[in-house]
Write a protein that binds this ligand. Sequence first.
Ligand code: C5P
Length: 249
Amino acid sequence: MPRPEPKGGEPKAGRDPKDRLIVALDVETLGQAENLLDRLGDVVTTFKVGIQLFTSAGPQAVELVQKKGGRVFLDLKYHDIPSTVAGAVREAARLGVFMLTVHASGGLAMLEAGVLARGVLGKAAPILLAVTLLTSLDRAALQRELNVPLSVEGQALHLAQLANGAGLDGCVASPREARLLRNALGQHWVIVTPGVRPAGAERGDQARIASPEAAVGAGADYIVVGRPILEARDPARAAAAIVEAIARS
Ligand code: C5P
């Protein structure tokens, strides 16, 4: 049974299209991040700090986004024994991040430990998302390398259901899996989709892509976009066009 409300973060109803675009700050330095934040600050409210920027700049990257008035999606994809993941999630909650990720394949005990730990601050608990399957894995890799006999969609659904049972709020999914997950897990399950490309944008190394309209239409609550905005001649204009596409969807 889907839960009545996500326990972390904001309620879904009445959400501004502007708050549904997450820009991936996939850059090397704090200086580059600051430049982007200054250019995008009027158009974008939420920024993803991933393993590259966090490895180079640490919690200062989170604090920089917050100082500029933004919300942070901390995408470090924790995957370790339950007590270690609990410690990391607690520290992320103390940093005041808006949402963060753990790997569903860490198992039920690890996921439950994460859910307990993110409540360290009570009401301001961040949205806790599961990474189900990396979108870079295809069926052949799943079966031959990881020895998982299911389809990509079947395994993603299995892991999302495990995360739901553990009390997480939602998951990261490719646009291709979003509808299946939305139908299976209900309206309150939070779905965040990367692999989004506006018409005419380079696909880069993303194999399974969709337009912002298609991702939202398939059930995404939030879409993550990196290179199409970061590499645009006018990043603010590229971001604004995506927000408009979300609003139209
Ligand atoms: O540049 P691009 O729009 O492809 O960036 C997508 C972002 O989403 C990257 O930061 C990438 O790490 C992240 N991501 C992804 N696929 C996942 C999970 C996260 O592309 N399954």
